[in-house]
Design a protein around this ligand. Structure first.
Ligand code: GLN
Length: 216
């Protein structure tokens, strides 16, 4: 299959390089041509077919990102208009409607609010309580996915348009709402690129839809 995709990784803070590498590997595995680029400024946000918002520290990403109001608004507008997004860990927190924390309750951090979920930050404990586990994620196939959790959030409530993609110990840890995929774990930290491959397929579908609309 030949397609020239431009996939961006929001490059403010967090697992930027790891996502670039996983996404390039996933393009290769899918037989799709394209490039994976760092995205930070207005023109770059405008120019991509899909965007990864990496894990890291959601408070830092939101403070630094919202320093430039027009970038923040453009990012929000592009997601509302259907830009495919893969948001992992801190990325999913940034997109949530509401964020809570066990100790302080509702956090005051600035959120994009494109994803109709309530998340609890650091729901599995601190950095030293990070862990790996095999998850069953039917949409990417039968083989379990080794998921790496690092101070990950859980989804405590999800709106009616939000599909649960994966659960761990009965807690929701991956969701999809239309163009947005959110995970509590870090798919870029394993050799298994199936989540990135799935994301690339969703970008292709969206591109097809955009092209059809152009023809009409
Ligand atoms: N606990 C972090 C936050 O609230 C997320 C951790 C991560 O992305 N690995 O932003």
């Amino acid at each position: 299959m030949k397609e020239d995709l431009k996939i961006g990784v929001l490059s403010i803070q967090g697992d930027i390089e790891e996502n670039i590498l996983s996404c390039r590997a996933a393009l290769n595995e899918s037989g799709v041509t394209g490039e994976v680029v760092k995205v930070k400024n207005y023109e770059e946000i405008l120019d991509v077919d899909g965007l990864i918002i990496p894990g890291g520290e959601s408070t830092v990403i939101s403070i630094l990102m919202s320093l430039n109001q027009s970038n923040w608004e453009l990012l929000n507008q592009r997601i509302v208009e259907g830009l495919p997004v893969l948001a992992t860990c801190a990325g999913m927190i940034l997109l949530a409607n509401r964020v809570q924390d066990k100790t302080i309750g509702e956090t005051k951090q600035k959120l994009l609010k494109n994803l109709d979920i309530t998340v609890e930050r650091n729901a599995f404990g601190r950095q030293h309580e990070s862990f790996e586990t095999d998850l069953n994620i039917p949409m990417i196939g039968e083989k379990p996915f080794k998921a790496v959790f690092i101070r990950g959030p859980v989804v405590k409530e999800a709106g009616k348009d939000v599909k649960t993609i994966a659960k761990y110990n009965n807690k929701i840890v991956a969701v999809q709402q239309n163009n947005i995929i959110g995970t509590s774990f870090h798919p870029e930290l394993t050799e298994d690129n199936r989540i990135h491959v799935y994301f690339i397929k969703s970008i292709l579908k969206n591109k097809e839809k955009l092209n059809e609309n152009k023809v009409k």
